[in-house]
Ligand binder design. Sequence first.
Ligand code: ZN
Length: 270
Amino acid sequence: MHDLSRLAIHTMTTKPWDLPTACAKYSAAGVPGVGLWRQWLDARPLAESKRMLDDHGLKAVSLVRSGFYPYLNETEKLAAFDDNIKALDEAAAVGASQVVLVCGAKPELSLPENRRHITEGIASLVEHAGHVGVKLSIEPLHPMYADCRSAVNTIGQCNDMIDQIGDEWVGIAADVYHIWWDPQLEQEVKRAGQRIIGFHVCDWMTPTADMLNDRGLMGEGCIDNRGIRKLVESAGFDGPIEVEVFSTRHWERDQDEYLADIIAAYKEHV
Ligand code: ZN
């Protein structure tokens, strides 16, 4: 595959680059989409970030991220709600059609309790999501993060939650890093169908030196990126393909060379 029209890169993938640099480099390389992490919006007014994207012919395909619903007290619950509302407003302001949700988890709470907070937290946002026209995209996380990052760990759980909440403003971000191991993947992706509104690619390194920041570039590890892409596409997904790699090893490299490698890996392995 040599067409870059569906390629998007998360700003976190090229973490050393600020927004002006990332916009200039992606645009020059022919990458049309950006997975926009919220930290990259901090330095300037939202309208200015939007203009910067527009001026480079770039589209924010997702705003990353909000969520973190489980709480130990009312103050935390309200803070999470406020931050999620803010994220939806930010997404609308920069033209992103979805906010990626990392659902959160508190080790002090039981898994069922964490999951109840998450379902209720997402449900409480649907009205505002519809109001601003931005979808809530639930990203299941690998179960190694179930203690403190997300108690939502499979596409199946997302399907169950969306069955309860409704799917008009709620969808699923399928990130290969988190779902590649799941024996129910094929049937749950089919069940999800067009609920899948985001697709994130990277690779799983063996050994993995760091649970968070040792992802591989597609082709470096054991994930069948192309196979999972075919699976989500056969379920109806035809949106952007977002390269999301957190890697200390790659962040230490020359980022221009890394960007060239990202594009080559996308063509060869996705
Ligand atoms: Zn992701």
